[in-house]
Design a protein around this ligand. Sequence first.
Ligand code: SDX
Length: 430
Amino acid sequence: MRQDAFRLISPDGTESEMKIHRGTMGPDVIDIGALYREQGVFTYDPGFVATGSCASKITYIDGEQGVLMYRGYPVEQLAKHSSFIEVSYLLLHGSLPSADELAEFDRTIRVHTMLNEGMLNFFKGFRYDAHPMAILSAVVGSMSAYYHDTTDADNPEHRDIFAHRILAKLPTIAAAAYKLNVGQPFIYPRNDLNYCENLLHMLFAVPAEPYQIDPIAAEALDLLFILHADHEQNCSTSTVRMAGSSGANPYSAIAAGISALWGPAHGGANEAVLEMLEEIGDASQIGKFVDKAKDRNDPFRLMGFGHRVYKNFDPRATIIREMAHKVLGQLGRADTPLLNLALELEQVALKDEYFIEKNLYPNVDFYSGIIYRALGIPTSMFTVMFAIGRSVGWTAHWREMITDPNGKISRPRQLYTGSAERDYIPIDKR
Ligand code: SDX
């Protein structure tokens, strides 16, 4: 047997060799492409727990060791030394920019932050209390109606323009959704502000008085966006790749990713964590909720805990926990009841046999909401903030997928468990 292949022997003795592909790091993969042709069977892996959907150079995760790297750079180093705009360049282009490249990229993003004025009319059509994730996915999807003239996926310049528009305009759309929710006028972006300063300005400035941007808040947002920027083939990124694989307008593919992120099992968890903490109320109730989370007959899960890949600490959660203490301390709110309750809940869960046995640790969503809340961002906007950070990851993966010379439309198969063939019964005979 070749050393670079697995051999599969079917019950009737038919042999197949499945070539092994080895990556730079992480598990090898076996190529099952010939399996159906040679053995007449499909593989079966609901939720794609152990299935590699593509080859990618963008992000590497080691779930056992709690490792996360963007283009080979450990997220801890990028969190300490980089900025979200520099990390965005890295994810999109594959290498750290020179000073001139970074300056030009930053300038390009700043001058793309405005929306086509006609898009502002969309916001008038939503109820004032529409969930901002519903608004974000709808308005980003509408970008395909405004920018259909620059979506030739084979044109590198169009791919760059698409990337710049998504990265630059999501904060503007997000802030407009928030302003609708609070009944305040839309605030235009300013090109003299950096990425996070501009977002804070569009969220919290009002025409009636000058708005003073808090540098601590801007720094905290920048770090949160770095930590949320990409995460390999997660649910929403796989959605963007799948939607884009049909050749659909790339703005529509990003809108599909936004919708997938919204779910409480995925990016919606940061909103669900705060709602859970508020429902727990105080430390005396923690035991009751932990027991509910352990009860297989109870659908309740401890939001912000567990992960499909990390069976150790999510490295992002570790960084965000430290940042929560620092930011709340600097904002003079170090002892907020929510943070203390989260710390207490974490300690109880981490000592519980059920969570230890199932390798359930705090994930990226467990602490991020506490920081967003301290910055004055409402719970309903938490997943929108996640989407702003992840927008560059979605875009980088769309570009990698659409430029893959071996790329093809994603079309999984199934195990059919429905009715065998049967004849139509006229209605008077049923
Ligand atoms: C994100 O994929 C990514 O990379 C996502 C993400 C990214 O950056 O894109 O990291 C962002 O989505 C983080 C995850 C946010 N979601 C939550 O915090 C929601 C709560 N967590 C769970 O819903 C769950 O842990 C998932 C969805 C995150 C992972 O689910 P899996 O991998 O499908 O694992 P599973 O549901 O099969 O759980 C294994 C066992 C089960 O028990 P048994 O059936 O084996 O008895 O662990 C239990 C689960 O019931 N379990 C939990 C639990 N999470 C898993 N029990 C209680 N509370 C939890 N939170």
